[in-house]
Design a protein around this ligand. Structure first.
Ligand SMILES: NC(=O)c1ccc[n+]([C@@H]2O[C@H](COP(=O)([O-])OP(=O)(O)OC[C@H]3O[C@@H](n4cnc5c(N)ncnc54)[C@H](O)[C@@H]3O)[C@@H](O)[C@H]2O)c1
Ligand SMILES: O=C(O)C[C@H](O)C(=O)O
Ligand SMILES: [Mg+2]
Length: 556
């Protein structure tokens, strides 16, 4: 094992934390400490110096690496920089650059950033967590945990998944107002099926094939129990588990622990929120009833199924029954439209999470390609969660613009290298008619004298509010109702200027305000469902709850 592995694991296996390291940052004394070697250097100067230095670094990855170092050494400086320019820095600390950082994690590794738990230690997890907790100055409030098995659309990156746990928690702080000392990024190292990573001499994770789902579940059972016992008030966010495991773990733990799955539920919420705005605009243009929208998905993984299920709430809100709402969705995977007559469906080999959306109305005909399905369904909306770059080709996009006054097209796969359609192609191929949101950011484009701003349909608009709301409510679990409430709050967060500009989502620079509103919606729903334990927030109206959320936010 490389020396770096020993370093990565030293903080947990020998029971001591290497000074001055504490998880994901420094302790509360250090945060208020000036990082200045000389008393005349001010924090303002440090911030200016950091910004100037970032401008001089030639690549986004180098900026990411430099910012990670600052994050570890001086969280107040790091979060001040992000506070001043979230829109500019989000693509560097988060998607798309965080994807490259996870791929190169062992190469750019500068020291431990959180809790690394190895499956080899699965019988010692309570002891390891107890040791770990004893060395912390602050109790973790939010844990983001991954096994690195499906990082964005980049595949199995093993221990490199730590980058995504760290990235998500940085947005919890920057966007949600969680205290950085209350964040704990976790990676569960269960091996990796990516051979090139296992053979990389610098790789700092276990060099073994990934554990089976059965073995992984045994490990997860122990982790979830130990983490909930060591940090009883914390919210645990599951992130970037491969689809089968993501669904299995969510099903198993959602009623037992205060947890949610960001890819299934967070993404479901953010896309429901954006679709509510888009469908309204599209129906206003076409005169079509809201309940008559038809949605085709490219992808049948955890994200697609999670989003489609959550979007069904839009149709329920229009008065449709569950079956009628489900009928508004057509899902396509690598084998084509998921129909009851497809060979893998007939033989029962199809993955269980896809079964809910099997189409029974295709009369024995199969639709193998996206173009076939678009011709058959004549959808009003196209959603991409397929991890396939450029999969929304020119013919399909032009056809969507022929079929619809304002086609809704959401290419949501991350990072940009996996996105189904770029913003400029979407504008070109629809004559500017598209209602667009992508998972990773695109720059605004000037067209016909108008500045067109793309939406960013990324779960970061909601997960900080979901976690923060669950935490503030002292919710006993994160229910489906709380997730849907977060989507509704997000859709109501658009201000007049944003509505006038035709935006589908609030601007990123208002994320703190938006997160407070989302969190308040989550608290309210937890109260209605009798899942809250924080009596102080009971009886407050929405405005007062938003104020409470604002007051509870941490600022650098
Ligand atoms: N925007 C967001 O907030 C957000 C949130 C979660 C996930 N995602 C992205 O969604 C993507 C999918 O995540 P997942 O967990 O569902 O992954 P997954 O690998 O489990 O699912 C991918 C699905 O796409 C299908 N697919 C692959 N290539 C295809 C093709 N050429 N044509 C048709 N279908 C194809 C596969 O059969 C599978 O059903 C990832 O890129 C991830 O980054 C985005
Ligand atoms: O991490 C992101 O940017 C969104 C999402 O959780 C994903 O897995 O792609
Ligand atoms: Mg994710």
């Amino acid at each position: 094992m490389a020396a770096a592995v020993a370093q990565a694991f030293s903080s947990i296996s020998n029971g001591t934390l290497t000074p001055p390291y504490t998880p994901n940052g420094t302790d509360s004394k250090e945060i208020s400490r000036s990082s200045s070697p000389h008393p005349t250097i001010t924090s303002e100067q440090n911030l200016l110096r950091l910004k100037a230095h970032l401008q001089n670094l030639p690549t986004d990855l180098l900026k990411h690496v430099h910012l990670s170092k600052i994050r570890r050494e001086d969280p107040a400086l790091y979060f001040s920089a992000i506070r001043d320019d979230l829109t500019g820095l989000a693509p560097i600390v988060y998607t798309p650059t965080v994807g490259e950082a996870c791929q190169k994690y062992s190469h750019i590794y500068q020291g431990p950033e959180g809790l690394y738990l190895s499956i080899d230690d699965k019988d010692r997890i309570p002891e390891i967590l107890a040791e770990y907790a004893a060395n912390l100055s602050t109790t973790p409030q939010i844990l983001v945990v991954t096994d690195g098995s499906r990082i964005l659309g980049l595949g199995d990156l093993g221990i490199g998944g730590m980058g995504i746990s760290v990235g998500k928690l940085n947005l919890y702080v920057a966007g949600g107002g969680v205290n950085p000392h209350g964040t704990l990024p976790v990676v569960l190292d269960m091996g990796t099926n990516t051979e090139a990573i296992r053979n990389d001499p610098l790789y700092i994770g276990l060099r073994r094939p990934r554990a089976s789902l059965e073995e992984a579940t045994e490990f997860m059972d122990k982790f979830m129990a130990a983490a909930s016992s060591a940090f009883p008030k914390a919210v645990i966010q599951h992130e970037d588990f491969y689809s089968e495991a993501a669904f299995a773990f969510l099903e198993k733990y959602k009623n037992q622990y205060r947890m949610f799955n960001d890819d299934i539920e967070g993404t479901g919420s953010v896309i429901l929120g954006g679709f509510m705005a888009a469908a309204k605009q599209a129906s206003a243009a076409s005169g079509k009833a809201l309940k008559d929208h038809r949605v085709v998905f490219l992808g049948g993984g955890s994200a697609a199924v999670g989003v489609a299920k959550e979007m069904m709430n839009f149709f329920r809100m229009q008065g449709l029954t569950e079956d009628e709402a489900r009928e508004r969705f057509w899902l396509i995977d690598t084998k084509g439209l998921i129909t009851s007559t497809r060979p893998d469906v007939v033989s029962g080999k199809i993955a269980s999470h896809k079964k809910y959306f099997i189409r029974n109305d295709t009369e024995g005909k199969e639709y193998p390609s996206l173009a076939d399905v678009v011709e058959y369904v004549k959808p009003t909306a196209l959603v991409g969660l397929s991890t396939t770059f450029g999969a929304f080709g020119e013919d399909v996009v032009r056809r969507m613009a022929e079929l619809n006054e304002t086609p809704i097209i959401f290419p949501l796969s991350n990072p940009t290298s996996k996105c189904e359609l770029s913003f400029s192609d979407a504008l070109d191929w629809t004559n500017g008619k598209v209602l667009f949101a992508s998972g990773s950011p695109y720059a605004p484009i000037e067209r016909d004298g108008l500045l067109r701003e793309p939406g960013q349909g990324n779960n970061f608009l909601v997960f900080p509010g979901i976690g923060f709301g669950a935490l503030q409510a002292g919710a006993t679990k994160v229910s489906e109702g709380m997730i849907t409430a977060s989507a509704i709050s997000l859709s109501e967060a658009l201000n007049d200027e944003e509505k006038k500009a035709g935006l589908l989502y609030p601007r990123l620079d208002r994320i703190r305000e938006v997160s407070a509103k989302v969190a308040a919606g989550v608290v309210k729903k937890a109260q209605e469902e009798g899942l809250d334990t924080n009596e102080k927030l009971r009886g407050l109206d929405e405005k007062a709850l938003v104020e409470e959320m604002n007051k509870a936010q941490w600022w650098p």
